[in-house]
Design a protein around this ligand. Structure first.
Ligand SMILES: O=C(O)[C@H](O)[C@@H](O)[C@H](O)[C@H](O)COP(=O)(O)O
Length: 256
């Protein structure tokens, strides 16, 4: 199915349009399943997302279940933390119950910082298991049931076409069993991260990319106009829809 591409002259207008989609998806999910499952990313996304959304009065925030599409393995109060970014932009301004915001395990973060490289992989695997268990609880299914189905995943895109912490040509792109994986050799710093895997992304009901600024022009031409295997091009939800929220600058080289 062709993606829906939404372009707006400014990031302010883009924030309004993105908030409209989030409100719509949140309402629909809460009406049917009494909860809304959303995955957030880092980068510029939390700020663009929160700018308008945090002032919306028509959201049942208490019914949200928030996960992170990827997270850097750093303390939750570290400047590199995607959680901290989302907290500052959104969580501090809206009443999502803290227990419904699913972070990486802070104790395991402290542990990983104190061990050698070999042991670090073991701790990272524990962190992955912990995060998968949080997903299992919310999605109320045994791990044998294939994949969680998020109502909405919000993704940024790197200039190299990466999404989550899934980078071009990285073996993690082949992962087709686990829901969450760790990466210790991320080409983008910090090196240690955990990420949702591609099959989880592709089981979501709705995936929305957000990209702004001239730095994304060439990447968007490649991802949207050409065939290839960049991580963003591998996002093809089995039953879901894909949206692209772009400002005019980012979209300038697209024929739309
Ligand atoms: O973990 C990270 O390193 C970032 O979160 C990264 O994945 C980001 O989401 C994209 O690079 C898009 O970032 P921008 O939207 O800021 O361009």
């Amino acid at each position: 199915m062709a993606p829906h591409i939404i372009t707006k002259p400014t990031t302010g207008e883009l924030s309004i349009s993105l908030a409209d989609l989030v409100v719509e998806k949140s309402k629909k999910a809460i009406e049917t399943l009494d909860r809304f499952t959303i995955g957030l990313s880092g980068g510029s996304l939390p700020k663009i997302l929160a700018a308008d959304l945090k002032n919306r009065k028509d959201i049942t925030w208490e019914k949200w279940e928030v996960f992170f599409c990827d997270e850097r393995i750093v303390p939750l109060d570290h400047n590199d933390s995607n959680y901290l970014l989302c907290k500052n932009e959104l969580f501090d301004h809206v009443p999502i119950p803290p227990e419904r915001i699913h972070t990486i395990n802070g104790e395991l973060v402290s542990k990983i910082e104190k061990v050698d490289t070999e042991k670090a992989a073991e701790v990272a695997q524990n962190m992955v298991d912990d995060y998968e268990n949080q997903l299992i609880k919310v999605f109320a299914c045994a791990k044998s049931v294939k994949f969680p189905v998020f109502d909405l995943l919000l993704l940024g895109i790197g200039p190299d076409g990466h999404i989550c912490s899934l980078f071009p040509r990285h073996p993690l792109l082949e992962e087709d069993v686990t829901w969450v994986a760790y990466i210790m050799d991320s080409p983008k710093l910090p090196r240690r991260r955990i990420t949702l895997t591609l099959p989880v992304v592709n089981h979501a009901h709705t995936v929305a990319f957000v990209a702004t600024g001239a730095g994304k022009q060439d990447t968007l031409v490649e991802v949207l106009n050409e065939k290839g295997n960049l991580p963003a091009q591998l996002v093809k939800p089995i039953h879901g829809k894909v949206y692209w929220f772009l400002d005019d600058e980012a979209a300038a080289k697209l024929n739309i």
